[in-house]
Design a binder for this molecule. Structure first.
Ligand code: SAH
Length: 463
């Protein structure tokens, strides 16, 4: 981010614009939405600007900007549509201590003006650092359609009621009151009875929330998918939107954590400090303790929580504590990885079953039915298989698997930094050593990327 977005206090302050043509007028249209005092310096202002001055929307001074004219101004716009004049006035305004923007000159500007969606006091500012004004406009149009025009009025009435709402205890009770107002009772009352109706609805709603019984906590055991935020289910997004606390794995991507409600407390339960077997007890305790406080806990687990996720222990902890829970499934790493290589997990005439294996369990490298797996045509998705690759390779070869069996390792499936390593059972270990994987990786035994599988010369090379 080269530009940091902020909202500047401009009520009662000076903003100075130099220029009297279209460029100046475009900025003035935005600036007139504020409560700032606007002063325009222009030798030959357009009729529109004359009219605005006549209507007392701004002060018009018909001469070129001179030293001291931008004193005490918070912002200054050089909008003369003349590079030399813009450079001259910008230097004067800088000397007067104002933040300077030169229209259409990003490099010499101290700030840029975003595209704005105005539902005052709710204001959305959209910036692309000058990279793509088209994109900014498209986002603005989209938001204009999505945010109801009455939102501003609801927010103004809500703001005036904030003090009264402080009677509710801080935290989830207060948040629930406001959510009820903005997303349910407020819009309804406005539609039925106008602004007065909204004020009455606020009083009623407050009385209702003040006397409502304490909320029960709840735990959602949510699949975060393989990393791409677009592979999150809608249900998972909704749960994240409502969460008071999000207890997440190390593997959950930062882009997904960004989607949690801003007020939600994020707890990383994948830290080193959590060790091995006691770790799960600590996590169970974290989940249950927060739910008992009446909070909505989202236990966010990579992929699908039902696949190698130690889900049952967490459910049992909830049940033992009498806390309600539900599972929101997610896309498991195997599904994302197989999609990436253009294959399916099962296929008529090839494999009518697929195994999900873990490379290691609590006791170390995990033993499997190697003999069955070693048969031709078998497909297995191996989770947590990096460290155990040599062990798995050895066991399969020992039980008669063909050394030329296709093996594909997919690191960081669905993420931008993903890598696909297509190899064979014989070459699995050296391939992994060479690639030096750092992200989570899923190994497919018995599958090659579709493109590689279709190339006969590659098939031969593997044999
Ligand atoms: N519940 C998860 C699995 C947890 S076990 C799921 O359904 O996907 C952790 C293992 O999952 C990792 O060691 C790795 O093998 C696999 N994994 C998770 N995310 C992955 C990703 N984006 N790409 C490849 N493998 C991944």
């Amino acid at each position: 981010m080269q530009h940091f977005p902020i909202f500047l206090a401009v009520a009662g302050r000076r903003i100075v614009v130099s220029g009297g043509g279209e460029a100046a007028l475009a900025k003035l249209r935005l600036l007139m939405k504020t409560e700032a005092h606007l002063t325009v310096f222009a030798v030959d202002p357009s009729a529109d600007i004359h009219r605005l001055a006549h209507d007392r929307k701004l002060t018009l001074i018909q001469r070129p900007l001179a030293p001291g004219d931008a004193l005490c101004a918070v912002l200054f716009y050089a909008a003369n549509e003349d590079d030399a004049e813009d450079a001259r006035v910008a230097a004067l305004a800088r000397a007067d201590g104002a933040l300077v923007n030169i229209v259409d000159n990003l490099a010499d500007s101290a700030f840029i003006t975003p595209a704005i969606v105005d539902r005052d006091p709710v204001v959305v500012a959209i910036g692309t650092e000058g990279a793509a004004p088209v994109l900014a406009r498209a986002i603005k149009t989209d938001l204009e359609e999505r945010l109801p025009v009455q939102l501003g009025l609801l927010a103004r009435l809500g703001k005036a009621f904030r003090h009264a709402a402080d009677a509710l205890p801080m935290g989830c009770k207060r948040r629930e009151f406001w959510a009820d107002y903005y997303f349910d009772q407020g819009p309804k009352a406005l539609e039925q009875d106008g602004p007065q109706g909204v004020e009455a609805a606020l009083d009623r709603l407050l009385a209702h929330h003040l006397h409502a019984p304490a909320k029960e906590g709840h735990v959602d055991l949510v699949g975060a998918g393989p990393g791409d935020p677009e592979l999150l289910t809608l249900k998972a997004r909704k749960a994240l939107d409502r969460a008071d606390v999000v207890i997440h794995d190390r593997l959950v991507s930062p882009e997904i954590l960004e989607l949690a409600r801003r007020e939600a407390v994020l707890i990383d339960a994948g830290k080193e400090g959590f060790g091995t077997s006691t770790a799960q007890d600590d996590i169970n305790e974290l989940i249950v303790d927060h739910a008992r406080m009446g909070l909505h806990v989202v236990r966010l687990k990579a992929g699908d929580p039902t696949v190698f996720g130690r889900l049952d222990e967490e459910i049992e902890a909830c049940e033992a504590a009498g806390v309600t829970w539900r599972i929101i499934p997610g896309i498991t790493a195997a599904s994302a990885a197989v999609a990436q290589i253009g294959q399916s997990l099962t296929r008529r005439d090839r494999n009518s079953s697929v195994r999900f294996l873990t490379g290691h369990d609590m006791k170390g490298f995990a033993e499997q039915d190697w003999r069955a797996l070693a048969r031709p045509g078998e497909v297995a998705a191996i989770y947590m298989g990096k460290k155990s690759a040599r062990f798995i390779q050895g066991r399969l070869l020992m039980h008669g698997a063909d050394p030329a069996t296709r093996v594909t390792v997919i690191e960081n499936a669905s993420r931008p930094d993903s890598r696909v390593l297509a190899t064979t059972l014989a070459r699995l270990e050296p391939t992994l050593t060479e690639a030096n994987l750092t992200g989570p990786a899923l190994t497919f035994f018995g599958l090659a990327p579709r493109a590689a599988a279709a190339l006969p010369q590659l098939k031969e090379a593997a044999l």
